[in-house]
Ligand binder design. Structure first.
Ligand code: HAM
Length: 437
């Protein structure tokens, strides 16, 4: 049987699992719509080139890729960002700005499996195109927070770590590093939380050991946890770039504070994000207990639309993954259990009665009620048991006597009270029952 099992890292959704997933998607969709984002979709299979050198080495190594029957190099999408850049880039002039788009879709990465990480997962992506200032980040971080709080999560459950690749660049530039070395240091910063000092190994191999004074400053920069501390550290260095950037920080944090979201946000320059295309502010959401991998990640990527053949168009966005998010909801007891029950269950005497029942079943279903009935003739007793177990509110009884008298017997399954109604009044009686209950 082994070969018939799902592939490692792939999930199956039994109905109760799918009900939970649908619940998550429904609330994400509702929230994005409330923020004025429009939904789009795109192909799951894309040209391999879309990801090569654009998403970064890590994602490239994780691609599910192959040659199709026409000899094309293709890949299952590992993320949405390059795709949405192509979509927006192709119609940029016709789209009203700012362009606020979202999607809910499935992605594939050949990753080492661990808690909250699979090889096939879903993401909610939200992106804004055409807005260069931190106003776009305010809107997106607010959306990210609401996508989590709408399920009942609070600032005790999660937080958003906010960082800035531009600030790192300007800071390291002011400390005298050139661009390749800055990229090397940022690679080390990305790995520092996980590997400690080992994280600088790659830098040392490429450029020799990092100057001890600069390294101390880099490590101190990582400890910064507030805008005030950031301002104090940078005041000594001065310079237009750093001063201008601090103004962006004040605008972003001020906007989030005005939205009442400051309690969710932490300044944390340890976040630089592995993906290759980020250019400015970057952020990640984590559970407060630190037990799970990232819930969400995103940032600004002002060059990617143009790199993929579109016009120069500033862009910023994020994605929430469904796996860690659902784990967090379950841990906090915030994932509802979904009961699947009909509204009405029909108890049917035999073949002759079945015909009368069928006409009513069709009518009630067309009215939107969920109606079940036994497929085969089984004794009344068994049918009543099935009706009670189904969770239905009403049983409709179609026996020989009822048909002969042109009535239907209605049993309220909660109170067990019964009454007969003329067959012609069944639909309105059922409607009255449900609108009253
Ligand atoms: P990312 O950080 O690679 O960003 O992924 C975002 C989220 O997707 C992660 O925080 C995680 O919850 C989930 N995720 C990623 N990989 C896996 C996996 N193997 N298994 C389960 N969940 C996973 C991006 O993908 C960017 N494209 C986001 C973005 C949108 N940036 C701008 N716009």
């Amino acid at each position: 049987m082994a070969s018939f099992q799902t592939l490692p890292g792939f999930r199956e959704f039994y109905p109760e699992d799918l009900a939970r997933r649908n619940h998550v998607f429904r609330l994400w969709r509702q929230t994005a719509t409330a923020f004025g984002f429009a939904e789009y979709d795109a192909p799951v299979l894309e040209p391999l080139d879309l990801y090569k050198a654009k998403s970064g080495d890590e994602i490239e190594a994780q691609l599910f890729s192959f040659t199709d029957k026409g000899g094309r190099e293709v890949a299952l999408r590992p993320e949405m960002t390059p795709t949405v850049c192509r979509l927006v880039g192709a119609k940029a002039n016709a789209l009203k700005r700012p362009i606020k788009w979202f999607s809910i879709a499935e992605f594939y990465r050949y990753e080492r499996m661990q808690k909250g990480r699979g090889r096939c997962f879903n993401q909610f992506n939200a992106d804004i195109f055409g807005e260069a200032g931190p106003e776009a980040e305010i809107e997106l971080i607010a959306l990210l927070v609401q996508c989590l709080t709408t399920f009942g999560l609070t600032e005790q459950d999660f937080y958003v770590r906010l960082s800035d690749r531009n600030l790192w660049f300007y800071y390291l530039e002011a400390l005298g590093l050139d661009e390749p070395r800055i990229r090397g240091v940022l690679g080390a910063v990305d790995r520092y939380e996980k590997y400690g000092d080992e994280a600088f190994k790659g830098y040392t191999e490429q450029f020799g050991p990092l100057d001890a004074g600069i390294k101390a400053k880099v490590l101190a920069f990582l400890q910064i946890k507030s805008l005030a501390a950031l301002e104090a550290t940078l005041a000594a260095l001065g310079g237009d770039k750093l001063t201008g950037r601090l103004a962006d920080w004040r605008k972003l944090l001020g906007g989030l504070e005005a939205m009442g979201l400051a309690r969710f946000i932490e300044v944390d320059l340890g976040v630089v994000r592995g993906l290759a295309y980020y250019t400015g502010f970057v952020f990640e959401a984590f559970d407060r207990k630190g037990e799970l991998r990232a819930l969400a990640g995103g940032g600004r990527y002002d060059d990617l639309v143009q790199k993929l053949g579109g016009p120069a168009l500033p862009a910023v966005g994020f994605a929430i993954g469904d796996m860690t998010f659902s784990l967090l909801l379950e841990q906090r007891g915030l994932m509802p259990t979904f009961v699947s029950a009909p509204d009405v269950y029909c108890v049917i005497g035999g073949e002759a009665e079945r015909r009368a029942a069928f006409a009513d079943i069709q009518t009630l279903r067309a009215m939107g009620y969920r109606v079940d009935y036994p497929m085969k003739d089984v004794p009344f007793g068994k049918q009543f048991k099935a009706a009670a177990e189904s969770g239905a509110k009403l049983a409709l009884i179609y026996g020989a006597d009822e048909i002969a008298n042109s009535v239907v017997k209605i049993r309220d399954l909660a109170t067990r009270s019964e009454r007969e109604v003329p067959a012609a009044q069944l639909a309105e009686t059922v409607r009255d029952f449900f609108s009253a209950s």
